[in-house]
Design a protein around this ligand. Structure first.
Ligand SMILES: [Zn+2]
Length: 306
């Protein structure tokens, strides 16, 4: 009897909670991230005061996706749009914004957050020649693989979350403090772990790894793409093989979404490993995923360096 009443009560409270929760959940800030790393950073700093959705997943090329109706529906409800910028999403984000973004996530508002505007962008071309098909006319947009950039962006994000939702300012500030402390510790550890990687010569498929390479002090001695965004051609690969014969690269790096054939071909000819490194965190990743991303990349590089 008692047990039955208890069970009824439990069921009752679940029902009541189920009814209450959507109301409190709707008070969360909705963050529309273009790439999973920004959704992950938003979860670190926003905690349970935000919900973050990523338009792309870790096996998807963020340069090229379709502006699907489901994405328009998501961006319509967003309180913040958080993207890499520097032209990375030029092929699809403007279309999504046009179709549904509210004024609070438009340029100039705290809800419009482009990472590349808050870090120093590498490889800014002196002369832009779009006819050559360069997908990086504003410089290299893949800024997330420098852990020092992550901390700058965490701070900027906290500032913006506080501006949008001042009631939760103390939560965002506390989350930022914890994240900063932990991240500084991670960087110290990664530095120690990766000291042997300095000057490691590598070839990359696309210029996805520029910030990581600069941070670790690796040497990028060639790209399989003749120009960023131009698929590798047989003649370019042949000439790269000749020119890099003396520099002895240790590995070829590519993302999970780059074509496999060019780096496999090069790997066979030059007898060096073709590494598929994780480029970002899985979509919907829990806090801590950004650390795991760098841990995984470093351990693969250290293994390849021998
Ligand atoms: Zn790119």
């Amino acid at each position: 009897m008692f047990r039955n009443t208890f069970r009824k009560l439990t069921i009752c409270s679940v029902v009541v909670l189920g009814w209450v929760l959507p109301t409190s959940a709707s008070a969360e800030l909705r963050i529309f991230a273009c790439e999973p790393e920004w959704a992950a950073l938003a979860r670190e700093i926003g905690g349970d005061k935000i919900s973050a959705y990523s338009a792309t997943h870790d096996k998807q090329d963020p340069h090229h996706i379709r502006a699907r109706p489901s994405l328009i529906a998501k961006i319509r409800r967003a309180d913040m749009v958080f993207c890499s910028g520097a032209g990375l999403e030029i092929g699809w984000l403007p279309l999504l914004m046009q179709r549904g973004a509210r004024s609070k996530v438009r340029a100039g508002k705290p809800g419009y957050f482009k990472a590349a505007q808050h870090v120093s962008v590498r490889e800014k071309p002196v002369v832009v020649d779009r006819s050559l098909g360069d997908v990086h006319p504003e410089g290299n947009p893949h800024v997330h693989l420098d852990p020092e950039n992550i901390i700058l962006l965490a701070r900027e994000l906290a500032k913006r979350l506080i501006a949008i939702d001042p009631e939760n300012a103390s939560v965002f500030s506390a989350n930022l403090r914890n994240f900063e402390k932990q991240w500084a510790e991670n960087i110290k550890q990664w530095r120690k772990q990766s000291a042997s990687l300095k000057n490691m010569p590598v070839i990359v498929h696309h210029k996805s790894w520029t910030y990581l390479i600069a941070w670790l002090g690796l040497k990028e001695i060639g790209t399989l793409e003749a120009k960023p965004g131009i698929p590798p051609t047989a003649s370019h690969l042949q000439s790269l093989l000749r020119t890099t014969a003396a520099t002895k690269p240790k590995a070829i790096l590519r993302t999970p979404y780059d074509q496999a054939a060019p780096s496999n071909w090069f790997s066979q000819k030059a007898s060096i490993p073709a590494l598929v490194l994780p480029f970002t965190v899985p979509r919907g990743a829990k806090p801590g995923a950004l650390k795991t991303l760098f841990d995984n990349i470093l351990s693969q590089l250290i293994r390849a360096n021998g």
